[in-house]
Each structure stands twice: as structure tokens, then as C-alpha cells.
Design a protein around this ligand. Structure first.
Ligand code: NDP
Length: 482
């Protein structure tokens, strides 16, 4: 007798022959009663789920977050208390490419983290950049359309990208980062992560502080030039997966220093920029980063599909002591990310093993497709609330402090009164001559085939940042044309 496990159907019945279909004779035809054959074919047809509309190509791993600093005066969140060690999982991604896209492409990288805290899951779904292309969620689907394929050619369209960007000056900050060295990291280990949005922290006294989260690579920044990346893609389209998986498999665990910037509610009233505007950073000089811990990735997934593809990250997942902010883009993502997972994975996606919290879960959601967890209230007769049968109840101590609002409700022109150039200038001035020259040539290359009027409109924005920016790009364009 073999010591191998018995092959069974998914219903558990032993399989006698997994090599030959059951047929009426040696030449066929196949009998419909061969259920093992039908099941194999049916499963094969269902092995794919909808890929993410954005961030479809990803790489991830499990790890831990260790808090070494002390920000307990700002937050009651247990995950952020000194000495806390919390299991977590990270998923990095490109934005525009489909699930089979090459890894070493110039694009913003997703930097998404799920912390399995004892008070529920906290997801920080950020990018490798501190800002974003748009500040109003009304523009988000339009922006994404410009990054995806043209409806007729089914090709990516530089014309659509630059048309949109040149008509949306708030994108200039992110466009500049994307076209700079940091727009093409060598591996996910060689880039920073930013929560990007402004979030809030609140303490036991019910005091609120605004916060930005940063994760600084401890492997050092490394970037490819476009030319180097083309060479890499020629060799392998999976360079990130190979690098991240390989490093962890070899015991070289990548680490990031976790930092926060803190702003009081009073300070937020005085900044020259809207501190909840996703196209702006908080200058380090005004709000110095505070070291609070280290994130380490130290375990590869055993099953990529189950643990990385089915990983569902959403900024809606916060825990007591950490809360949202008025950031309009954040508010929209609170809805749209969870909604994407309901569509992609199903109603009960949070009960999938990789998404399930590691603390007790008690709620009154019921039934629906693939509800395999039974009555989640933890009490058989408690399937509604309030009840007299001892079902789970709310606790007001977990209510976030109220947020004072001012002004009238309405639609406000998000482009009015914003300086879309000053912070880009601060960044441009940080670049040395070689960095500037690569920025110019990356932009010129990305503008290949774009109509002149769109290029001129974009050069007008570069001019407002710095005359050298516009002149540099113009020279690089001339160089390419010549
Ligand atoms: P600082 O000089 O204090 O900070 C500059 C920061 O810019 C650095 O700490 C680093 O961020 C980042 N940086 C440095 N070199 C590059 C580069 N080649 N490409 C992209 N980013 C780089 O000035 P400010 O805080 O006033 O910021 C100036 C500009 O720097 C901002 O307008 C913004 O464009 C950019 N920046 C600012 C960040 C912030 O949170 N204040 C974060 C990232 C960029 P890091 O330490 O995160 O690596």
C-alpha cells in the first residue's frame, strides 16, 4: 500500500483513475457519468477571478511590524503602542498594467499593508509616492481611463495621458515624481511606501491629531533608467516577483523604517495649503518625521492566489485610535476599495483566510454567496440586534471623537486657489543635474507621438514650476526629433 494521500473528488470520494476518461469503448465517446472529468473541466473554467481594474500586477509577502517609538500621547491604537509586534502582510503592485504585465515598467507602485491587530485589521493602502495625480475623486475614473487601453486601438495612449495631465495641473507633482528616478525602482525592496492620505490619530482623552504615515526603505533606493529596464524586461517580465520572493526565501528579509508626521487640529487651520489635499506633502521642515518602528517582510506566501491575489486591502479598515480625515480622495476610496473586493471576491471576502482578522469577529451580517462561517454573532439565536439573547453589543468607548466642520455643503472648485507648482519646484530643486537630465529625457520619451498642442500646454505647466524644467524638456524633445 502506498503512503501517498488518496486522491479524491472535491466531495471526498476516492478517485480510481485520474488518467483516462470513462468512455463507451476504447475509441470513445465519453460518458456523461464521468463526474471526475466534468469536475476537472469545470474547475479549470473557473480558475480566474476578475483582475483588479487597477493594481492588477502584484507581489507580496507576510511579515511583522514592531513599534520602537512612543506616540502613545497621540493614539490609543494598540498596534502603535511601544513594543507592539503585529503580524502583517504587504502587497506591492504597478497601477496600469494587467495581471501579466512586466514588472520593471515606469509606473507608480502600490504599497498596501494589512496589519492583523488585536483590535481588528488595519489596512494602510498607499503608494511609493507621497502624493497622487488628482485631488477630487470625481476625476479618478477619468484619470484611470487615460492609463488603460484606448477603446479602439486597444493600446496604451500617451496622447490620452498627456491630454488629461495637461488639463489637470494638480497632477504635476505626481507626474514629476513618476518621471524622475523614483518612477522606476529596481525591486519593491528599494522603494519607500507612503500612506499618502492624511489620516488621524486619537487618544484616550478623545483628542485628535492629523497624521501622515511613511515607510522608508532600509535597502536603499535603487532605480532603473528606461534603457536598463528595457534590458531587464527583455530577460524577465517577473523581475520583482523573482527579487522579492528570492530575497525572503534566502533569509534576506527586507525592512522599512516606519515614520509619522503629526499635525495638530489648530496647525491644520494655518497651513498655506490644504493639509487634506492628496497632491501635497507636509514639508519635513514644518512637520518633522518621527521614527516609530520597523516593518519586516519575512515569510513568502505558500499559495500566491490564496494569499496575494485574494488579499483584499481597503482604507475602510481602521482600528480604534486611527481614523480617517476629510481628504476627498480618501473618502471615496473608503467606498470604492471595499466595493471592488465585493465584486472581485464576493460578499464574504473578509472571511477568506488571508483577510480574516486574527481577533474575535462578531457581527450580524447574514447568508449570501459562500458564507462558510455560520452565524457570526457567536450566539445561535442572535441574528438581529438589539436582542435579549446575549448577542454582541456596541461599546461607545470606540467612537471616534466628533469632527468639527465649517462652511456650507456644496460643490467647490478644487482647482481654485491651489498652488500646484510650489511643491513641485521644491522637488525639482532637490534634483542634481544628472537627475534633472534623466527627468527631461524620460518625459520627452513618454511624449512620443503626442500632438503638439498638448505638449505645448504641458510645457506651460513645467514653465510655471521652473523655466529650467520647461527648457530641459523642450531640449530633450528637440533632441529626440533630431
Ligand atoms: P525636504 O528637503 O525636507 O524633504 C525632501 C524629501 O524629498 C526627502 O526627505 C525625500 O523624501 C524626498 N526626496 C529626496 N530626493 C528625492 C528624489 N530624487 N525624488 C523624490 N523624492 C526625493 O523638503 P520638503 O519636505 O519640503 O519636501 C520637498 C519636496 O520633496 C516636496 O515638495 C516633495 O515633492 C518631495 N517629498 C517630500 C516628502 C515629504 O513628506 N515632505 C516626501 C517625499 C518627497 P523621503 O524622506 O520620503 O525619501
Amino acid at each position: 500500500m502506498s503512503d501517498k494521500k488518496q486522491l479524491t473528488t472535491s466531495a471526498g470520494a476516492p478517485v480510481g483513475d485520474n488518467q483516462n476518461s470513462q468512455t463507451a469503448g476504447p475509441r470513445g465517446p465519453v460518458l456523461m457519468q464521468d463526474y471526475q472529468l466534468i469536475e476537472k473541466l469545470a474547475h479549470q473554467n473557473r480558475e480566474r477571478i476578475p483582475e483588479r481594474t487597477v493594481h492588477a500586477k502584484g507581489w507580496g509577502a507576510h511579515g511583522t511590524l514592531t513599534i520602537t517609538g512612543d506616540i502613545s500621547k497621540y493614539t490609543r491604537a494598540k498596534v502603535l503602542q511601544p513594543g507592539a509586534v503585529t503580524p502583517m502582510i504587504a502587497r506591492f503592485s504597478t497601477v496600469a498594467g494587467e495581471a501579466g504585465a512586466a514588472d520593471a515598467e515606469r509606473d507608480v507602485r502600490g504599497f498596501a499593508l494589512k496589519f492583523y491587530t488585536e483590535e481588528g485589521n488595519w489596512d494602510l493602502v498607499g503608494n511609493n509616492t507621497p502624493v497622487f495625480f488628482v485631488r477630487d475623486p470625481m476625476k479618478f475614473p477619468d484619470f484611470i481611463h487615460t492609463q488603460k487601453r484606448h477603446p479602439r486601438t486597444n493600446l496604451r495612449s500617451p496622447t490620452a495621458m498627456w491630454d488629461f495631465w495637461s488639463l489637470s495641473p494638480e497632477s504635476l507633482h505626481q507626474v514629476t515624481i513618476l518621471m524622475s528616478d523614483r518612477g522606476l525602482p529596481v525591486t519593491p525592496m528599494n522603494m519607500n511606501g507612503y500612506g499618502s492620505h492624511t489620516y488621524s490619530l486619537w487618544n484616550e482623552k478623545g483628542e485628535r491629531y492629523w497624521v501622515k504615515f511613511h515607510f522608508k526603505t532600509m535597502q536603499g533606493h535603487k532605480h532603473y533608467t528606461n534603457e536598463e529596464a528595457a534590458g531587464v524586461i527583455g530577460q524577465s517580465r517577473e523581475s520583482y516577483q523573482e527579487a522579492l520572493f528570492g530575497a525572503i526565501e534566502n533569509g534576506n528579509f527586507p525592512r522599512w523604517k516606519m515614520q509619522v508626521q503629526i499635525m495638530s487640529e489648530a496647525e491644520a487651520e494655518k497651513t498655506s495649503y490644504n493639509p487634506f489635499d492628496l497632491t501635497k506633502v507636509w514639508p519635513h521642515g514644518d512637520f518633522p518625521p518621527i521614527d516609530i518602528g520597523v516593518m519586516e517582510l519575512n515569510r513568502n506566501a505558500d499559495n500566491y492566489f490564496a494569499e496575494i491575489e485574494q488579499l483584499a486591502l481597503s482604507p475602510s479598515n481602521i482600528v480604534p485610535g486611527i481614523a480617517h480625515s476629510p481628504d476627498k480622495m480618501l473618502q471615496a476610496r473608503i467606498f470604492s476599495y471595499a466595493d471592488a473586493h465585493r465584486y472581485r471576491l464576493g460578499t464574504h471576502y473578509e472571511a477568506l483566510p488571508v483577510n480574516a482578522p486574527k481577533c474575535p469577529v462578531h457581527h450580524y451580517h447574514k447568508d449570501g454567496p459562500m458564507n462558510f462561517t455560520g452565524q457570526q454573532s457567536g450566539v445561535t439565536d442572535a441574528y438581529y440586534e438589539p436582542n435579549s439573547v446575549g448577542g454582541p453589543v456596541e461599546d461607545a468607548q470606540y467612537n471616534e471623537p466628533p469632527l468639527a466642520l465649517s462652511g456650507d455643503a456644496g460643490r467647490f472648485n478644487h482647482r481654485e486657489g491651489n498652488d500646484d507648482y510650489g511643491q513641485v519646484r521644491a522637488l525639482f530643486n532637490l534634483f542634481d543635474d544628472a537627475q534633472k537630465s534623466r527627468l527631461f529625457s524620460n518625459i520627452a520619451e513618454a511624449m512620443g507621438g503626442v500632438p503638439e498642442n498638448i505638449i505645448e500646454r504641458q510645457l506651460g505647466h513645467f514653465e510655471k514650476v521652473h523655466p529650467d524644467y520647461a527648457a530641459g524638456v523642450r531640449a530633450a524633445l528637440d533632441n529626440n526629433a533630431g
